[in-house]
Write a new protein. Structure first.
Length: 246
């Protein structure tokens, strides 16, 4: 869980981990140079639960470096990511671990519910669904993988990491894993609450960042980049209309 000035939201995120029906976990919180009360809140929870570990960057390094730090320090067979303004429903880890063992996939993601940062998500509305299997080509058309829904084998990251050169560092990593032949699966149950209104709220900037990923990170030829950009725009409109409807 990377955290930067997350005092207003991190309590809900941490509590959603502690409330999990699956108890064999460690929670690594990576503070990225917060200047608010984020660290105080994490320290409070650490006193009540030894499974929580606080890691502190020497200065603000960004979310990609923070996630990579956490991945290096994690001791588990599986890694799961949770942003400090998102939350998990209580059965998330239990169902996803079972799913990973059953499918034998390298990475899985779940469906998720949208909510404002201070609103309690509901499984019954504003849900984003995910396909059963996810290919590289599908990911180019639409990023169906919400970072806070991801669980992956720690070994799948060998030779791979989050790249801070791009605004959507998680999306770039999913693409690289898919391109490398890793198996990506979707568990179409709403197990995660996603707070919208963050980096993806500025649609023009998000579109520009997506174009940069297509051309620079993935080195797509211009015609392919235009095609996938059109797919991205159409899917973004569909997602926006769905949110407006709910």
């Amino acid at each position: 869980m990377p955290a930067y000035n997350s005092g207003n939201t991190i309590s809900r995120a941490i509590q959603s981990v502690l409330d999990q029906t699956y108890s064999e976990f460690e929670l690594l919180v990576i503070d990225d140079g917060s200047t608010d009360n984020t660290v105080d809140i994490v320290n409070f929870y650490m006193k009540t639960d030894s499974r929580i570990v606080l890691l502190r960057n020497p200065r603000n390094l960004g979310v990609a470096a923070s996630r990579n730090h956490g991945c290096r320090m994690a001791q588990g067979e599986y890694l799961a990511f949770l942003d400090s303004d998102d939350m998990w429903f209580e059965d998330k880890l239990e169902k996803q671990v079972s799913f990973m063992l059953r499918k034998g996939c390298d990475l899985s993601c779940t469906a998720y519910a949208y909510a404002h940062p201070h609103e309690q998500p509901s499984r019954d509305k504003r849900a984003y669904r995910v396909p059963e299997s996810i290919s590289y080509e599908q990911l180019l058309k639409e990023n169906v993988i919400g970072c806070s829904t991801v669980m992956l084998k720690a070994t799948a990251l060998n030779g791979h990491a989050f790249c801070g050169d791009y605004a959507h560092e998680d999306y770039v990593l999913w693409l690289e894993l898919a391109k490398a032949g890793k198996t990506l699966c979707g568990l179409d149950e709403v197990l995660t609450g996603y707070s919208y209104g963050g980096r993806s709220a500025n649609k023009f900037k998000a579109g520009k960042n997506r174009w940069i990923i297509y051309r620079r990170a993935q080195k797509l030829p211009l015609p392919k980049a235009i095609y996938y950009m059109a797919c991205y725009i159409l899917n973004a409109i569909r997602k926006y209309k769905s949110l407006r409807k709910d």
